[in-house]
Write a protein that binds this ligand. Structure first.
Ligand SMILES: [Ca+2]
Ligand SMILES: [Ca+2]
Length: 365
């Protein structure tokens, strides 16, 4: 029974939430031997990995589960769980071939039986299984039982999805008839169970988030950051522009550390850099020196030092030039920078330069 206490401790908030929700819709979720709940109240509590491991076990021992093989939406269904002695059983289910989810905990009576009644609200295939722990701590895994719930001529309720599909970075819920099923973070917080409509039926899929980044909101669970860092093609990582003067030598216009803008190295998306650079003499006369007419050199460095990734030399003031650099290397450590420099040392020759940098996601694997 120690295990059960741990589970309760870990899930007490989920449990309170479930009880509140079910209380609001007017159902008593649990009595000792006969309970009245509704399938539509499911999909709320996630199982721990230990539970999933137990439910994945091959049926063993003398416990068993009986449940009809089919029923209609709204029917009252009675099932019996038997483990032969006073014991605790945890029942899980898989909906339409999905993953194990929590259904209910029951205690068997002195004859070793627990009788359950329920009324399904959503059509589909439900596979039930349970594991029981007797007073000596011995574990028994029941047989699996599948029940097909059909709509049986009732008007098929329309399935609607508030986030419009499989969007792990948007919280949402699927509504079928009177039931709402919310996206929910997995118990290990490594992903979100994303619900969507498929052929007008509820479907669910576990989608990975960056570790620890699944967030529970009032509107459902969501990945704050997806495994690709949340980037998509076309997203702008960084954008800036400026204008200044220079009278000689070389200077760095801008250092850019992509981590500052949430772009981490090693992800599956690749950035490109768009540069827009031009300049002009402040006083053209002063820039016509003894050696030559003043020119300007631009260098852009990515993390693959020491050579610039891109370079351009203008021997006369250029017209507006927009250039895209791709691929570019980002190692997470060496910041990128854009430098501007004058080619000749001509005293009194000042130039005015203009720059724009846009870093955007060129493609994702
Ligand atoms: Ca959805
Ligand atoms: Ca979603």
């Amino acid at each position: 029974m120690a295990k059960r206490k741990n589970w309760l401790k870990d899930n007490i908030f989920n449990l309170i939430f479930l009880i509140l929700i079910l209380g609001v819709i007017g159902y008593v979720i649990y009595t000792n031997q006969t309970g009245q709940s509704i399938f539509g109240g499911l999909f709320t509590i996630q199982l721990e990995q230990d539970d999933i491991t137990n439910l994945d076990k091959t049926p063993s021992g003398s416990c068993s589960f009986t449940i009809p093989s089919s029923a209609c939406v709204g029917d009252s269904i009675t099932s019996t769980l038997s483990d032969g002695k006073n014991g605790f059983c945890r029942i899980g289910f898989k909906y339409n071939g999905g993953e194990w989810q929590f259904y209910k905990d029951v205690n068997t009576d002195s004859n070793g039986n627990a009788v359950l009644t329920d009324s399904p609200g959503i059509s589909g295939s439900y596979l039930f299984g349970a594991y029981c722990i007797d007073e000596n701590g011995k574990l028994c895994r029941t047989n699996d039982k599948t029940i097909q719930i059909n709509d049986c001529g009732e008007t098929t309720p329309t399935c609607t999805d508030s986030d419009g599909g499989k969007y792990e970075d948007v919280p949402g819920h699927v509504t079928i008839g009177d039931d709402s099923i919310y996206d929910v973070c997995t118990s290990d917080n490594l992903g979100v169970i994303e619900y969507y409509c498929k052929d007008n039926l509820l479907a669910g899929e576990t989608i990975s988030c960056l570790p620890g980044s699944c967030t529970t909101t009032r509107s459902g669970g969501m990945c704050s950051e997806t495994s690709a860092g949340g980037w998509e093609e076309g997203d702008i990582v960084y954008e800036n522009s400026g204008e200044s003067g220079i009278s000689g030598g070389t200077l760095t216009i801008k250092y850019i550390d992509l981590e500052d803008y949430g772009f981490t190295a090693g992800g599956s998306c690749h950035p490109a850099v768009q540069l827009h650079t031009y300049w002009d003499y402040q006083d053209a006369q002063a820039c016509m020196g003894m050696v030559a007419q003043q020119g300007v050199k631009w260098n852009f460095y990515d993390s693959s030092r020491p050579n610039p990734r891109w370079t351009r030399t203008d021997l006369t003031p250029p017209s507006n030039l927009v250039e895209t650099i791709y691929p570019v290397s980002w190692d997470g450590t060496n910041p990128w920078h854009l430098d501007v420099g004058m080619i000749y040392q001509i005293p009194g020759c000042n130039i005015q330069y203009h720059w724009e940098i846009k870093i955007f996601i060129a493609e994702c694997d």
